[in-house]
Design a protein around this ligand. Structure first.
Ligand SMILES: Cc1cc2nc3c(=O)[nH]c(=O)nc-3n(C[C@H](O)[C@H](O)[C@H](O)COP(=O)(O)O)c2cc1C
Length: 176
């Protein structure tokens, strides 16, 4: 890919997992922008089954990541967004549609973060049952609400170069 095309893809290539954050709050205006971006994602039949728990409280951030073995950076983030899915709202009440919709939403938030000067990382919850149970308990989630993933967000304290992990071996033309 030439430089001109690479520049055009900059918002995509600049999304990197940022796990180290400055001790600086994120304004409500930016949080609102992140959520607008998330809810601009495609969803099956536009059912929008995504639901959000926005967490700014440090103690709660620490509690949430107690059962996220690869998510301890959440305790040092300015903001956590737990993206949940409402199975009753999903297309055909299908778990798979709900997960796909929420994943598209999460990716939109991750791409938006660096556009706002922020850094973010996706923290897996679903399908690990012990993580789901923990989040369900500490966030008082209703039965039909399934925590899919958390996103740790803050002003970045590390820099990562834009990149793609493009592999032409993964690409098949016309047939496998
Ligand atoms: C479903 C899913 C779960 C993930 N869970 C975690 C996690 O628990 N902790 C973490 O640090 N990164 C997590 N990541 C981020 C990946 O490790 C990261 O995207 C990958 O290493 C590629 O690096 P990049 O995001 O900088 O391109 C997760 C990503 C996805 C898609």
């Amino acid at each position: 890919m030439d430089r001109e095309l690479s520049n055009k893809l900059s918002p995509i290539l600049s999304r990197r997992s940022i796990r180290s954050y400055q001790d600086k709050e994120i304004s409500n205006e930016l949080i609102d922008a992140l959520l607008h971006a998330g809810m601009a994602a495609p969803s099956a039949c536009a059912k929008d089954p995504w639901r959000f728990i926005v967490i700014r409280d440090k103690a709660m951030l620490g509690t949430v990541c107690e059962k996220l073995p690869n998510g301890t950076m959440l305790a040092r983030a300015a903001l956590g967004v737990v993206v949940c899915g409402d199975l009753n709202a999903a297309h055909s009440n299908q778990l798979s549609y709900m997960l796909q919709d929420c994943s598209a939403c999460i990716e939109n938030i991750l791409i938006t973060a660096p556009l706002l000067g922020l850094g973010a990382v996706w923290l897996g919850i679903h399908p690990r049952q012990e993580r789901i149970d923990h989040l369900r308990k500490v966030l008082s989630l209703p039965h039909a609400i399934i925590p899919v993933s958390a996103i740790a967000i803050g002003y970045p304290d590390e820099h990562k170069a834009p990149r793609s992990r493009y592999d032409e071996g993964y690409v098949h033309n016309e047939k496998w």
